[in-house]
Design a protein around this ligand. Sequence first.
Ligand code: DGP
Length: 119
Amino acid sequence: MNTYDQDCLFCRIVREEIPAKIVFRNEHVVAFRDITPVAPRHVLIIPVTHISSLSELKSEDEAIAGQILLAAGTVAEILGIKASGYRLVFNSGSDAMQSVFHIHAHLIGGQQMGWPPFP
Ligand code: DGP
């Protein structure tokens, strides 16, 4: 059964109580455009079940973690950046500037990126 937190913004997007530009969804995940994109293509991939952050993932969440990674390839294909390349980022905790506490992968692409990702 999926866990739901009524105070969680992303849980409300899953339930379509808050609108979002959804690009892909299945029974495990929802992928939607980030409201403040940092690149020409920027989509968030979230599990339908509420898990607050990467560091809260438990061994029993293995399938959920796998579904997020599997969805990334599908979303990249939908966005037309599978061949050109893309980056998948999980911000976890304050140093990483996580601001929404429902685990999410940022799928970013559509431009040449640098590495390391900070100045
Ligand atoms: P993070 O810092 O990793 O927790 O990223 C949270 C992202 O969520 C941030 O890039 C902006 C995005 N975001 C916040 N609120 C909304 C919203 O209401 N709708 C959408 N589509 N994205 C949101």
